[in-house]
Design a protein around this ligand. Structure first.
Ligand code: B12
Ligand code: SF4
Length: 295
């Protein structure tokens, strides 16, 4: 079976796709490519970088969908369906709005691909695809590794995306992450993270965790292991990290080149109107750099 993976662009009414020379590698598609077992074949097209060859022969199309590219994803799906190719949709938007997404696909996946992938492919081979596959949130990428060979030859920014954890311990009312992960937070096995860095010789990494410091105890174990690897990395974390000096030092020592912190507001009166810590505007905070300067 030949499987075609697609990352949609934001869409462009004139050309159908939108060339963007600042695109990052779509990690979710590499994770899915890593689930594909031989003799099945996998190929990936990134609508942000290249035209999609709709007429190329394929048996199954898998599209990753966020809310900001859902419209374009549905257009792409319609093109393949017109040609008689089965289309599966998955990703954050599909999981949040399954009733909408299911109208534009043969099947949808709610949740992570890893737990349901083998069943989905078997069903596709027997022409018995179910309308909806739902995966519970287990350990992220438990023993599964991305196949980054799908990125070869495509002009991505020179930074590798990977994840240490999924979800967040906070419960900000407006946040799609807290909805998607049902307010839960789960870390990967640390050995899996280290193996992935070593296997793919990753040197500059963006940890895509929504809140890397959500489980400080586990993170400290990881950071200690990262120190000898001498990688450079960026991440996103909540400001409560600033209370933990040991954590800040480990962040610096393990190659932190930048960290994003979100602030709901820097106006104390605005903050007082909310009970929970919530994030509204994302500001880049040079907390780590300041800490390094002071120590
Ligand atoms: C890294 C990142 C970016 C990077 C770009 C990444 C890239 N490759 O291009 C940057 C910083 C540039 C960015 C920008 C933006 N981002 Co962003 N980003 C992320 C982040 C933090 C990680 C994405 C990721 O790699 N996740 C890891 C993968 C493995 O997880 P996953 O996508 O959920 O995939 C799993 C499952 O969903 C499922 N799955 C996914 N797709 C499919 C497909 C099939 C067929 C199947 C079976 C399964 C499946 O299986 C996967 C493996 O387990 C997410 C938050 C998040 N937690 O995902 C936000 C997120 C996706 N971004 C978001 C937003 C809003 C944006 C912006 C619009 C922000 C803005 N206002 O400019 C821009 C849009 C950029 C653009 N034009 O494309 C929102 C989307 C919300 C939504 N409802 O869709 C998110 C969820 C953040 C949030 N807190 O709300 N982003
Ligand atoms: S701290 Fe950030 S990731 Fe966590 S729930 Fe709030 S906005 Fe979402």
């Amino acid at each position: 079976m030949k499987i075609t993976l697609i990352k949609p662009s934001l869409g462009n009414v004139i050309s159908g796709y939108n060339i963007n020379d600042g695109s990052m590698e779509p990690l979710q598609l590499a994770i899915i490519a890593g689930l594909v077992k031989k003799p099945d074949e996998v190929i990936m097209y990134d609508d942000r970088l290249e035209p999609i060859p709709f007429d190329e022969k394929t048996d199954l199309v898998c599209i990753t969908v966020d809310s900001f590219n859902a419209h374009r994803a549905y257009e792409i799906s319609a093109e393949f369906k017109k040609r008689g190719v089965k289309v599966i949709l998955g990703g954050m938007h599909v999981s949040l709005l399954p009733d909408e997404a299911v109208q534009y696909a043969d099947s949808i996946v709610v949740g992570d691909a890893e737990p349901i992938w083998d069943q989905l492919i078997n069903d596709a081979k027997q022409n018995k695809l179910q309308k909806t596959y739902s995966a519970t949130f287990g350990l992220p990428q438990d023993g599964h590794f991305p196949d980054r060979s799908i990125f070869k030859g495509k002009k991505y920014l020179p930074i590798s995306l990977m994840q240490f954890s999924r979800g967040c311990k906070f419960n900000c009312t407006f946040c799609s992450v807290s909805k998607f992960f049902k307010h839960s937070h789960k870390c990967r096995k640390i050995d899996d993270v280290l193996h992935e860095i070593e296997k793919d010789k990753l040197k500059t990494i963006l940890f895509v965790d929504d809140n890397m410091v959500s489980n400080k105890k586990e993170l400290k174990i990881l950071l200690r292991e990262l120190i000898p690897l001498k990688i450079k990395r960026a991440s996103q974390s909540s400001i409560d990290m600033a209370k933990d000096k040991e954590l800040l030092k480990l962040m610096v020592d393990s190659g932190c080149a930048g960290n994003l912190v979100g602030f709901e507001s820097i106006n104390i009166n605005n903050l007082a109107t909310h009970v929970k810590l919530e994030t509204y505007t994302i500001l880049t905070c040079f907390l780590i750099i300041n800490y390094t300067k002071k120590h």
